[in-house]
Design a protein around this ligand. Structure first.
Ligand SMILES: NC(=O)c1ccc[n+]([C@@H]2O[C@H](COP(=O)([O-])OP(=O)(O)OC[C@H]3O[C@@H](n4cnc5c(N)ncnc54)[C@H](OP(=O)(O)O)[C@@H]3O)[C@@H](O)[C@H]2O)c1
Length: 365
């Protein structure tokens, strides 16, 4: 119950801690909750610090429930282990170890060294899933990519004219804005930017964060008049190639767009792009298509998680854009399978979530 409460608090902060994990903490003493805390912003207090501050003297002899191993190193804030030791807690229950190479078990070891009882693993899988983006970024310095698309029952993401307003229902579209709030960046292909002219901002009925907008555009076809360029809500990064038109580049830059070279080929080198975005400390990306970009990302194993909103519609058309456009494999046995599949009904749509298994592909990074 207490760990569940800590996880719920952490989940509410998803999207607002930047490259840091989301963490929740509950301090319990004498059968009562003495303190509650969550990490809310990078560079500011960790969950344990907030919860122990609220518990005050009641922290002595308490049990501390925390969703991630307390840190043992000096980062932007002092180590949480020392704070727990100083507060004289007698027991610490940790959902999962911190994969950060600077911590990775050292936090638990430090607490045990001081005679504090430590248990690890309670609701560990829930905690690990909640921080799946952090877990990848902290170990690989690469963004975690969640692809979402709305498609018809026949796998199309637009009609043959390119019209895509709307494939899915209002409830699914509202959920996409929550996904935007929870990711550091949104990425689309230039064809989607041209066809839909989206703003790519987060529109929720509550205040929300607006991720960085990224457009994959090897020939710099993105117009400086595009709504996402004119709208200054958040940064716009265009990924292109070295040979792209210098005049077009200068025009976009004059409108505040950051243009990044990713290779010297005909098309953006997507692996290089991920490394460059990782260097910019972009830890999570919501890939919003279209199908050509989705297909290219999938082909090279760069999509970590797939969320499909399947609408009960059939649109047909051999040339209608599809969810994944790529050369494909020769045999069904080579198909990329999704693991840990979950599904739920959202309005009249079916929402499928899974993790692609790239067993037939060489290591993605
Ligand atoms: N239902 C939905 O959820 C949804 C979501 C998004 C889009 N859509 C619809 O999808 C349609 C557009 O999708 P699309 O599949 O035609 O295009 P897209 O994926 O949006 O854009 C593809 C373009 O990206 C550029 N690109 C640069 N480097 C690339 C690389 N390494 N791999 C792949 N692409 C690269 C290429 O243009 P250059 O060669 O010029 O760089 C390519 O033509 C629109 O009709 C839109 O409305 C629907």
């Amino acid at each position: 119950m207490y760990m569940k409460l800590a996880l719920d608090m952490a989940a509410k902060a998803k999207g607002q801690t930047g490259i840091n994990p989301v963490v929740g903490c509950v301090v319990v003493n004498g059968g009562r909750i003495a303190g509650l805390g969550a990490h809310l912003k990078r560079g500011e207090g960790h969950a344990e610090v907030h919860a122990l501050a609220m518990a005050g003297e009641n922290a002595e002899g308490s049990t501390v429930y925390v969703t991630l191993e307390p840190c043992s190193h000096h980062g932007r804030t002092p180590p949480c282990c020392e704070r727990i030791i100083e507060a004289k807690a007698s027991r610490v229950v940790v959902a999962c170890l911190d994969p950060n190479p600077l911590v990775a078990g050292r936090g638990v070891a430090r607490l045990r060294e001081e005679g504090i009882a430590v248990e690890v693993g309670l609701l560990g899988e829930e905690s690990r899933r909640m921080n799946e983006a952090f877990n990848k970024f902290i170990t690989k310095r690469l963004p975690y990519v969640t692809m979402k698309t709305a498609m018809t029952l026949d796998g199309k993401i637009a009609a043959r004219t390119g019209d895509s307003r709307y494939v899915s229902g209002p409830e699914s579209r509202a959920l996409v804005h929550t996904l935007r709030h929870q990711n550091m960046a949104i990425m689309i292909g230039v064809q989607t930017a041209i066809a839909d002219d989206p703003e790519l901002t987060t529109r929720l009925s509550v205040p929300a964060l607006h991720p960085i907008r990224i457009v994959v555009d090897s020939r710099l076809r993105l117009s400086a008049k595009a709504r996402l360029v004119k709208d200054r809500t958040s940064r716009v990064i265009v990924l292109t190639v070295e040979g792209a038109d210098t005049g077009r580049r200068a025009e976009l830059e004059a409108h505040g767009v950051e243009v990044l070279n990713c290779g010297s080929g005909d098309r953006v080198d997507l692996r290089m792009a991920m490394h460059k975005l990782g260097e910019l400390e972009i830890a999570s990306i919501l890939l919003e298509g279209g199908g050509v970009l989705n297909g290219s990302m999938l082909e090279v194993g760069l999509i970590d998680k797939i969320i499909l909103f399947v609408a009960p519609k059939l649109i047909g058309g051999a040339s209608s854009p599809e969810a994944f456009t790529f050369g494909g494999f020769e045999k069904m046995s080579e198909a990329i399978e999704l693991s840990e599949l979950t599904f739920e009904r959202i309005g009249s749509d079916l929402c499928l979530t899974g993790y692609p298994d790239y067993k037939h592909l060489p290591e993605a990074d």
